[in-house]
Design a protein around this ligand. Structure first.
Ligand SMILES: *Cc1c(COP(=O)(O)O)cnc(C)c1O
Length: 380
């Protein structure tokens, strides 16, 4: 009989050796430009688990961590991580004090935000480490160019703030050659001059994964790599990135149906011949999008096989033809794709989205996460 462990229901397996390999590759590129590497572990490390990924990344060449919120950053500190952490987006009511006390680097996009950080630092009795964010063309977070000189002047005179860096984020780095990339680079240079004229001596960081791989001239003092450390390549270069996440389940029931029988809600698929069906206990509650109904395959018994009929909340049905799967046999929904298995990228392409959304969406209460590989040791 298959044990519980060998017959998972809905399981995400994260390969920490793959994460370490990817971080070693990326931080090697950054180091060649004299830049440090930040491992971006926001959104629970894009669904891979913030703490194990953070530890693995720090052991493999990253020296900074990136978080989207103080809550994420403080969780890393509470778990004993001492590396510098930058946290970059808060609501206008958040109390910065605990973050400052915990030595979290903060981002300021406006003079008002800077003033709130300065006041919190005074309360904390400690200087706040701040990265000033310039909007160079993404028009999302960051200080608009016309307000930048005032923000720099305010930062230079703030009594409880230490300006660590200026930084910005690229809009189209995943489309190498897009004219906005060079334009954002120029605006970033201009913003740096303004900061220096205000008396600041900041470091600089601009590159995400795509720019880390394609624009060494944008590495500056640090790169902020997210998706690539998880082994997903936003620019399709032939760099040896290894996808770290596998989504798997197992066969719960096998049955044979005669030609003419239909499968699952709405009877959207009808068997043309007698065939074996495998029931797999994983559905849209576990991260299999219902819109993949009729448009996905799984890896079962050493090859791809189609999922037939609708994806349900808790189950999918795989058409196995004359193959008779074993009860408990492994079913891989997506993985690295090295033998032709489905990948997160393939799901994304089918759905008209990006693989970022697929892996990040795998953080779900019913999905068990398991780690293979090690957090420490020589990068593989
Ligand atoms: C998410 C994020 C990154 C990482 O982007 P990737 O494309 O995943 O490498 C870098 N910087 C900022 C500000 C981000 O929000």
């Amino acid at each position: 009989m298959s044990s519980q462990l060998s017959a998972p229901r809905a399981e995400v397996v994260v390969d920490l050796d793959a994460i370490r390999h990817n971080v070693a590759l990326l931080s090697g590129r950054a180091a060649a430009s004299g830049a440090a590497t930040m491992a971006v572990v926001k959104a629970d490390a894009y669904g891979h688990g913030a703490l194990p990924v953070a530890r693995a990344a720090l052991g493999a060449g990253a020296s900074w961590l990136g978080a989207c919120s103080l809550k994420e950053a403080l969780a890393l500190r509470s778990a004993g991580i001492t590396a510098p952490i930058l946290s970059w987006l808060e609501t206008p009511v958040v109390d910065f004090t605990p973050g400052i006390s915990a030595g979290i680097d903060l981002s300021a996009s406006s003079s008002a935000e800077l003033a709130r950080i300065d006041a919190a630092a005074e309360r904390a009795g400690q200087r706040a480490r701040v990265h000033l964010k310039i909007d160079t063309g993404l028009s999302r977070n960051g200080c608009p160019q016309q307000l930048w000189p005032a923000l720099c002047a305010d930062a230079a005179s703030a009594r409880h703030v230490e300006v660590v860096a200026i930084w910005s984020h690229l809009a189209c780095a995943d489309e190498p050659g897009h004219p906005s990339i060079d334009e954002q680079g120029k605006r970033f240079e201009a913003a740096y001059q303004v900061a220096r004229e205000a008396g600041l001596r900041p470091k600089r960081h601009l590159a995400n994964s795509a720019a880390t791989l394609t624009r060494p001239d944008f590495h500056y003092d640090m790169v902020r790599t997210g998706i690539a450390i998880y082994g997903l390549n936003p620019v399709d270069t032939d760099d040896d990135l290894r996808p770290a996440m596998t989504f798997r389940s197992s066969v719960a029931l096998v049955k044979r149906i005669p030609a003419g029988e239909s499968v699952s809600y709405g009877h959207t698929w009808t068997a043309a011949t007698d065939t074996n069906l495998a029931l797999v206990p994983v559905g849209y509650a576990d991260g299999v999008p219902r819109t993949l109904s009729g448009r996905m395959e799984v890896w079962l018994g050493g090859r791809r096989r189609p999922v037939v009929g609708r994806v349900c909340m808790d189950q999918i049905v795989v058409n196995c033809g004359d193959y008779e799967p074993r009860l408990g046999e492994e079913v891989v929904l997506f993985t690295h794709g090295r033998s032709g298995e489905p990948t997160a990228r393939e799901w994304a392409d089918t759905l008209g989205t990006i693989d970022y959304e697929i892996v990040t969406g795998m953080y779900r209460p019913r999905v068990v996460r398991r780690y293979v590989g090690t957090e420490t040791g020589a990068a593989v």
